[in-house]
Design a protein around this ligand. Structure first.
Ligand code: MG
Ligand code: MG
Length: 275
């Protein structure tokens, strides 16, 4: 173990099953927010719709009040990368918005994000979202087949580099993370290949895997609201995220109703329910 590395929290099966409950509530809340992301809707409306599902399920928000964050989701539109604050902004036809949310059940956290193109999609935005989403699934598959956390970023990087056509940038300023009794925990989960292998993948490890890709340069800045992160070149950005558990029999995507089967089986990985 390296000095200065915070300890990783390894979960019991029972704890991971509770995280799965939190993930399922979150998945339903995201379904509702995604369905509400239509031209003319405000980002605040998406937040209201998302919060209502959490309330109905008796789940708590891990975003609301996090370092003072004022909403239950982050809504990041177009050149906004992450941490956009829901408000009076009205969604327009062709906007690309990432909706990032989380839920807590009995003290255990989930965290997941999806990108939606509002109304008519620019084909380049659609490609950005499709590649980011597929990159996330390649990263998740690497959690099942790899030995070290660094294998995830390598798989994401290799996949994104292999996509034909205009290259897309992988953000380096924001990364995935461990998750469990808190939303953001050790270890960091980079979305790109480095020489650092990272900690070993073993049962009880739960990670939020969340590649963020951009159509232009990877340099970012934070707006005066101290939250909203934008690309400095104004090019569009995208994020997809799932929380995933490693247990003794395999992996299970906590924030997907099917454990990720639809997207993982084609990559050679069959998710296994937490025992
Ligand atoms: Mg998130
Ligand atoms: Mg996250």
């Amino acid at each position: 173990m390296a000095f200065g590395q915070p300890r990783i929290e390894y979960k019991t099966n029972a704890q991971m099953r509770t995280m799965h409950e939190a993930g399922l509530v979150l998945s339903r809340a995201l379904d509702a927010a995604v369905a509400a992301a239509v031209p003319g809707a405000t980002t605040k409306h998406l937040d209201d719709v998302f919060a209502a599902v959490l309330n109905e399920a008796g789940a708590k928000s891990n975003f609301l009040g996090y370092h003072g964050f004022p909403a239950t989701i982050c809504t990041s539109v177009n050149e906004e990368v992450v941490h956009g604050i829901p408000g009076s902004r009205v969604l327009n036809d062709g906007d690309i918005i990432s909706i990032d949310g989380g839920a807590i059940v009995d003290g255990w956290h989930s965290d997941s994000a999806r990108t939606v193109i509002v109304g008519t999609a620019d084909p380049e935005d659609q490609r950005l979202s499709d590649v980011t989403r597929a990159a996330m699934w390649h990263g998740i598959a690497a959690l099942a087949t790899g030995k070290h956390v660094g294998d995830i970023g390598a798989a994401i990087d290799d996949y994104v580099s292999s996509v034909p056509g205009k290259p897309l940038g992988i953000l380096e300023d924001y990364v995935g993370h461990g998750i469990g009794s808190e939303m953001h925990m050790a270890p960091d989960v980079l979305n790109y290949r480095t020489t650092h292998r990272g900690p070993k993948i073993k049962p009880g490890l739960c990670l939020a895997i969340e590649p963020m890709l951009v159509r232009g340069g990877i340099e970012t800045a934070v707006l005066e609201d101290d939250w909203t992160v934008i690309t400095t070149d104004g090019k569009r950005s995208c994020q997809w995220e799932h929380s995933v558990a490693v247990h003794e029999n395999g992996i299970w995507v906590l924030s997907a109703p099917d454990g990720g089967a639809e997207h993982l089986v084609p990559l050679g990985v069959t998710p296994v329910a937490i025992p």
